[in-house]
Design a protein around this ligand. Structure first.
Ligand SMILES: Nc1ncnc2c1ncn2[C@@H]1O[C@H](COP(=O)(O)OP(=O)(O)OP(=O)(O)O)[C@@H](O)[C@H]1O
Ligand SMILES: [Mg+2]
Length: 269
C-alpha cells in the first residue's frame, strides 16, 4: 500500500567531538528506509540519539559515516521538502501568526497573494484562522504548536519530522494535537517521522514503530504494519487502546526499553 522510498539511511554512524580530544559515539550502523505515506514513530531511551537521527534526516547534522539520501540524492542541508517541528515551537515573536506561517514561503519568493491563500488554508486546517493577527505571546502553548504546524504544512513538505512535539503539552491538548496530526496524515497522506517518549502516542499514530537501543543508538526492533491508527480513525473511539493486541504490543515495547535501562533518566510513559 505504500509507495516508493523517499528516505534511505545506510550504515549511518555519528561521533561527536566533545572537547579535550574526547568523542561521543551517538549513533551506530543505522539502516532503514522511509516510504512515502508511512507514519514512522521512533522510541528509545533518553540520550540514545533520536534527535541526532532526526537532525540527519532534516539536514542539520552530517553523519560521521554512512549515507542519508532523499529520493536517492544525498541530504546535505536543510530543505523545505523536509518540514521540522520541535517540542518548542519556532515562531518569530515580532511577527503575527499569519506572517509566521508565511515566513518560509516568503523566503522561497512566493508572491503575496499566493502566500496569503496558503496561510489562510493551513490556519483553517489547524483551527487558528481567527488568530492570524495575534502575536505568538498571545497564544497558549497548544495554539503555538498549531501555528508552527501550519507553517510546516504551508511549505508542502514531502516528509514532516517531529521531535517530541507534544512533550510539553497538557494531556488534553496533547490528545487534540494527536487527533489533528492523524487527520492531516490520513487526509493528505503525508509522510511523518515522529520521535516520542510515549508508547501510546507511537502505537496510536504510527504505521511502523522503531525501537532504539541506548547510546550508541541502534535500531533494535521494528514493528511493521501497525494498524491501530486506522481503527482509531474509523471508530473515533479509544476502545482500540484496550484491545488485547494493543496491550500486548505495548508491553513488549516497554519491556524492550526498560530492559536496557535502569536509570531514572530514561523515562518512557
Ligand atoms: N551537538 C552535539 N555535540 C556533542 N554531543 C551531542 C550533540 N548533540 C547530541 N549530543 C549527545 O549525543 C547523544 C544523543 O543525543 P540526542 O539528543 O540525539 O538524544 P535523544 O535520544 O534525542 O535524547 P532525548 O530523548 O533526551 O531527547 C547524547 O549523549 C548527547 O549528549
Ligand atoms: Mg531528543
Amino acid at each position: 500500500m505504500y509507495d516508493k522510498n523517499i528516505i534511505s539511511l545506510k550504515n549511518i554512524g555519528v561521533t561527536y567531538n566533545i572537547g579535550n580530544k574526547n568523542t561521543l559515539n551517538a549513533l551506530h550502523d543505522i539502516n532503514f528506509e522511509i516510504k512515502s505515506r508511512e507514519f514512522i514513530a521512533i522510541l528509545g531511551p533518553s540520550g540514545c540519539g533520536k534527535s541526532t537521527l532526526l537532525n540527519i534526516i532534516a539536514g542539520f547534522v552530517k553523519p560521521t559515516c554512512g549515507n542519508a539520501l532523499m529520493n536517492d540524492k544525498p541530504i546535505t542541508r536543510p530543505n523545505f521538502e523536509r518540514g521540522v517541528m520541535f517540542q518548542t515551537p519556532v515562531l518569530y515573536p515580532w511577527l503575527n501568526v499569519k506572517e509566521n506561517v508565511e515566513f518560509g514561503l516568503k523566503m522561497r519568493k512566493f508572491d503575496k497573494e499566493e502566500r496569503s491563500k496558503l496561510s489562510d488554508k493551513y490556519l483553517k486546517e489547524v483551527g487558528l484562522f481567527e488568530f492570524g493577527n495575534h502575536k505568538p505571546y498571545e497564544l497558549s502553548g497548544g495554539m503555538r504548536q498549531r501555528a508552527a504546524l501550519a507553517g510546516v504544512l504551508a511549505g508542502s513538505p514531502s516528509i514532516i519530522l517531529l521531535d517530541e512535539p507534544f512533550g510539553a503539552l497538557d494531556a488534553f491538548t496533547k490528545i487534540n494535537m494527536q487527533l489533528l496530526i492523524r487527520a492531516i496524515w490520513s487526509s493528505d497522506k503525508s509522510t511523518f517521522f515522529l520521535i516520542t517518549h510515549d508508547v501510546d502516542e507511537a502505537l496510536s499514530l504510527g504505521t511502523r514503530v522503531l525501537v532504539m537501543s541506548k547510546r550508541p543508538g541502534k535500531i533494535i526492533k521494528e514493528f511493521n504494519n501497525i494498524e491501530f491508527t486506522y481503527h482509531i480513525n474509523e471508530t473515533v473511539s479509544d476502545k482500540t487502546r484496550f484491545s488485547k493486541e494493543y496491550i500486548l504490543l505495548r508491553e513488549e515495547i516497554l519491556g524492550l526499553i526498560y530492559h536496557q535501562t535502569s536509570d531514572a533518566s530514561s523515562y518512557v510513559i
